[in-house]
Design a protein around this ligand. Structure first.
Ligand SMILES: Nc1ncnc2c1ncn2[C@@H]1O[C@H](COP(=O)(O)OP(=O)(O)OP(=O)(O)O)[C@@H](O)[C@H]1O
Ligand SMILES: [Mg+2]
Length: 313
């Protein structure tokens, strides 16, 4: 028999007064997988992560964490650790003391493990500095260390990459990747598709509390939608004329000096129409110097899926 899913959510609904924060959300996360939640501000990411951490109970739907159904009472499910809305830390204590306090609350006296998790997140050098003086990125790393200390089988992190510099991100990616390889399920939220692309097996895009997409990132990027492309050629006026005259291609404008060169235009089209345009340009003796999406296909898919619906109230 297969191991139970680390998270199994069906038809989850949560309201705050009149505000529907989550509306019929399903989520499956197997052990050893990293699942990313994305969506515009207010989409419901933090609300959903809070349910996984036992910080709130859904109004409707069924939720199973590590094979155990979550009841109506507010209890932190066993084997789950993480944070939402930034890690809770004691500013007047040092990093090491913060972790010792958390471990003591759980009745765990293994001080060696504290040194290990501090090392794992790269905070050994500042382990005895007060958290009051920590940067946002250092606090995020300490929050991750606190979660690791509990040796969770499900790790839940709300925007863990906020404030991390590129080296810090790479470091945290490494830590999360190793945890997943050890069988830990990780559910995290983020706003940057490139962070998620580097890490997540699957993502869920939430838009106003509903699932707008669920699946591997590659599937999201491969959908052939109309994308804006920057087209640089040897003859911009000719390119403009041909673009206007090619079926399925819309001339969106000139790229302008800020986007690069005066010899570039921006066209909106699906791939087959772009192919037509390039073929026609070359036939007309116009050299194609560059053809690149203005925003990444992932970013474009995200924007298309989360755009406010025109029919919405
Ligand atoms: N405690 C609360 N009381 C009232 N409304 C709330 C509460 N928490 C969340 N909401 C509302 O629920 C919706 C979802 O909020 P949530 O914080 O889950 O979004 P989010 O996707 O995490 O957004 P962000 O990207 O800004 O962090 C929003 O409309 C928000 O205003
Ligand atoms: Mg949030």
């Amino acid at each position: 028999m297969d191991a139970p899913l680390s998270v199994r959510a069906r038809g989850i609904g949560t309201c705050f007064g009149d505000v529907v924060a989550l509306d019929g959300v399903d989520l499956d996360v197997p052990p050893g997988r990293v699942h990313g939640l994305v969506g515009p501000n207010g989409a419901g990411k933090t609300t959903l992560l809070g349910l996984l951490l036992g910080l709130a109970v859904a109004d409707s739907g069924r939720l199973e964490i590590l094979g155990t159904p979550v009841g109506r009472g507010l209890t932190a499910p066993d084997g789950v650790a993480g944070f939402v809305d930034g890690p809770g830390l004691y500013p007047s204590l040092t990093a090491r003391q913060n972790l010792a306090a958390l471990a003591a609350l759980r009745g765990d006296r293994r001080t060696r493990r504290i040194g290990e998790v501090l090392d794992e997140v790269g905070l050994t050098d500042v382990a005895d500095d007060r958290v009051r003086g920590f940067s946002l990125g250092m606090r995020q790393r300490l929050g991750l260390a606190a979660a690791l200390l509990a040796e969770p089988r499900l790790l839940v992190l709300d925007e863990p990459f906020n404030g991390l510099d590129p080296a810090g991100k790479r470091h945290v990616h490494g830590v999360l990747g190793r945890l997943a390889a050890d069988g830990v399920a990780v559910v995290l939220s983020g706003h940057r598709m490139d962070d998620l692309e580097a890490l997540c097996d699957e993502i869920t895009i939430l838009a106003t509390g509903r699932v707008a997409f669920r699946g591997p990132l590659a599937e999201l990027a491969s959908a052939d939608r109309e994308l804006d492309h920057r087209l640089r050629t040897s003859d911009a006026p000719a390119a403009r004329r041909l673009a206007a005259d090619t079926a399925g291609v819309r001339l969106v404008g000139d790229a302008g000096p800020r986007r690069g060169a005066a010899d570039a235009i921006v066209v909106r089209a699906r791939t087959p129409a772009l192919d037509d345009l390039v073929t026609r340009l070359v036939r007309a003796g116009v050299a194609v110097r560059e053809l690149t999406p203005v925003v990444s296909p992932l970013e474009a898919a995200f924007l298309a899926l989360t755009a406010p619906r025109k029919d919405a109230g």
